[in-house]
Design a protein around this ligand. Structure first.
Ligand code: CA
Length: 218
């Protein structure tokens, strides 16, 4: 899962990035509205954290432009404390959720998880495919009840496929959603991760669809 953070306050932006990366997300950051708008239009994100008070272009305008251009990724807006008018304006502009500053990072992560889950049509925080269970809260994966150790990249890939169970996911889509912008994206590594996941969780879990990509059935 790949997240865009649009936040101009350097220390908060840094803290958000660290929190999200340690929770297993690939993260891109923008520090003003113009850069944020551009990334949101040109890259693929599973969710966006958008501050409203931004230099160049303010957050509400960015959000409004995204929605008018048909970009529908889940957006959580960060508002000033107790500013009910910000919250209303954010929701009206097409935000999916909001959080008032200052906030606890645990709450941010929980809200983000819920947004991503809802966007992919999953109601529960535990994703299930056959004997495989992935708990999006703890980041734990089990096979027939036994814990399975996954590397960060294996987890990201498996999590994306489990969020999109039953759909064909192309290699390009996987690359776009599990790596951040700065990562050296080599599409061959996807195949390597898939092979490792099959070894750990069973050869039948992920099907290769020739010329199209991968599908996880359950
Ligand atoms: Ca700000």
């Amino acid at each position: 899962m790949r997240i865009l953070i649009v936040e101009d306050e350097p220390s908060l932006a840094r803290q958000l990035r660290q929190t999200l990366e340690s929770a297993g997300y690939a993260v891109d950051s923008a520090h003003d509205g113009e850069e944020g708008q551009f990334l949101g239009e040109t890259e693929s994100y599973d969710a966006v954290i958008l501050d409203l008070g931004l230099p160049e272009v303010d957050g509400l305008t960015v959000l409004d432009r995204w929605r008018k251009a048909g970009h529908r990724m889940p957006v959580l807006v960060l508002t000033a404390r107790d500013s009910w008018s910000d919250k209303v304006a954010g929701l009206d502009a097409g935000a999916d959720d909001y959080l008032a500053k200052p906030f606890q990072s645990e709450e941010l992560i929980a809200r983000l998880r819920a947004l991503i889950r809802r966007a992919s049509g999953n109601a529960s925080s535990e994703l299930v495919a056959g004997d495989v269970r992935l708990d999006t809260r703890s980041g734990r994966v089990t096979l027939a009840g036994e814990p399975v150790k996954m590397t960060a990249q294996e987890y990201k890939l498996l999590s994306y496929l489990m969020h999109h169970k039953g759909k064909v996911v192309s290699r390009t889509e996987l690359i776009e959603h599990i790596y951040d912008q700065d990562f050296d994206r080599d599409s061959n590594t996807i195949e390597v991760f898939i092979t490792r996941i099959r070894k750990k969780l069973g050869a039948d879990l992920i099907t290769t669809i020739r010329g199209l990509g991968y599908s996880l059935e359950g």
